[in-house]
Design a protein around this ligand. Structure first.
Ligand code: GTP
Ligand code: MG
Length: 377
């Protein structure tokens, strides 16, 4: 799961800590040169530190001005070198990353994350957040990975920081709670709805399914089969019937029978299906569902953000990502949550009823950065 995204994030941690190691090596080299500086000509010193000057330009400047000063006041050469040595010692213990150090690394990260399906605007946010937390920060020796991984962790959590929903609290507050499952063709709406129904039933709530996909061949039978297996009532009309009317009847049934939750399946649609998009708006207008849950196939890639935008015209309240069990990229989860600013309720992890996992952003981010967070402690 998310192998590619994990690899790319690991690379960021490695690249930044490599940069710190290079700075370390440069400081050590300079220290060595300065140790014997008093016996050397200034040109010789500058020549020796030339190869590492890119890594710690601030120290190089210090040395240059020290050398110029000692040329003017040769009697103070000793104390000038002493000051430089102290400064280098401090750099060796507490390194500072500058924005200039970070930018090339973060530019490479941009390409990497886009490859893992993270949208450009989300990558920009992650970059900004890393610069804010790392540039100018003193990094103690041996703590590089820990600090970089935790900055990355914070930046990812910020992307996922949206107001959460307490589903059971909602069920307690409103009866029946009406959930409408929306999404692109084949995204996993019907399967997720069935898993959801099974989960609610296992928790002791009563449900009814509404077969509002009256469009795709065999869709009603597919939902009926799930309803039969789980032991949930289904309200259905004929193919071609108005789905808004199906949901209306399901809600009426739930009210009459004191049912806790109505789960409405809908037809898969794309923004090019004008009629189906208008039909979805009508289902919403007529029945005012409590939650419109967007079901997204996590394998969709960068198109996921476009789908989210289009379905959000009906006002999405939460999302479910399916096929996470077979997804190596994972970036769509970050992109869509950022775009919608709405919580992810569950992840679909397979084709069985129990393959539904409550989304936990801390756990998700920790799993992405797992090895890095571990190796740092
Ligand atoms: N591996 C895996 N497969 C899944 C998951 N969720 C759904 N599927 C599979 O994806 C396929 C499509 O699932 P459906 O639930 O029929 O999708 P849908 O959105 O209702 O499709 P339409 O109604 O045709 O738009 C099925 O073969 C499911 O078994 C998941 O989390 N993991
Ligand atoms: Mg379906």
């Amino acid at each position: 799961m998310f192998g590619l995204l994990k690899k790319k994030l690991s690379k960021v941690v490695e690249s930044i800590s490599d940069k710190l190691k290079k700075k370390d090596a440069a400081a050590e080299k300079i220290e060595e040169v300065i140790e014997q500086a008093e016996d050397k000509k200034p040109e010789e010193i500058l020549e020796q530190i030339e190869p590492v000057k890119e890594e710690i330009p601030e120290i190089i400047e210090e040395i240059k001005s020290g050398l110029a000063e000692s040329k003017k006041k040769p009697e103070e050469t000793k104390s000038i070198f002493k000051k430089i040595k102290e400064k280098i010692k401090k750099t060796l213990v507490e390194k500072t990353l500058t924005e200039k150090d970070l930018l090339p690394i973060l530019d490479a990260l941009e390409v990497d994350l886009i490859e893992a399906d993270v949208a450009v605007e989300v990558v920009v946010k992650i970059k900004q957040s890393l610069i804010e937390s790392l540039a100018g920060k003193e990094i103690k020796k041996g703590k590089d990975k820990e600090i970089v991984a935790s900055a990355l962790r914070e930046s990812l959590l910020k992307i996922l920081d949206v107001k959460e929903l307490d589903l059971e609290e909602l069920i307690r507050q409103k009866k029946p709670l009406v959930l409408l499952f929306l999404g692109f063709n084949g995204s996993g709406k019907t399967t997720s709805l069935a898993k959801f129904g099974k989960m609610l039933k296992d928790k002791g709530y009563t449900c009814v399914f509404a077969a509002c996909d009256t469009f795709r061949a065999a869709s009603i039978e597919q939902l009926e089969e799930h309803a039969g297996k789980i032991g949930v009532k289904i309200i259905k009309h004929k193919y071609g019937a108005d789905p808004a009317a199906v949901l209306f009847d399901a809600i009426a049934h739930a009210k009459a029978n004191n049912v806790d939750v109505v789960l409405a399946d809908t037809a898969g649609r794309a923004h090019t299906n004008r009629n189906l998009m208008e039909q979805m708006q009508k289902i919403v207008r007529v029945n005012k569902p409590d939650l419109k849950i967007l079901v997204i196939d996590s394998l969709t890639g960068n198109d996921a953000i476009t789908q989210a935008r289009i379905f959000n015209e009906a006002g999405v309240d939460a999302s479910i990502f399916t096929k996470v069990d077979v997804n190596e990229k994972g970036g769509a989860i970050l992109s869509v949550t950022y775009e919608l600013s709405k919580p992810i309720l569950f992840l679909g992890l397979g084709q069985e009823y129990n393959d539904l996992e409550k989304f936990d952003k801390e756990k998700f981010v920790s799993s992405l950065l797992g090895e890095n967070l571990k190796s740092s402690s």
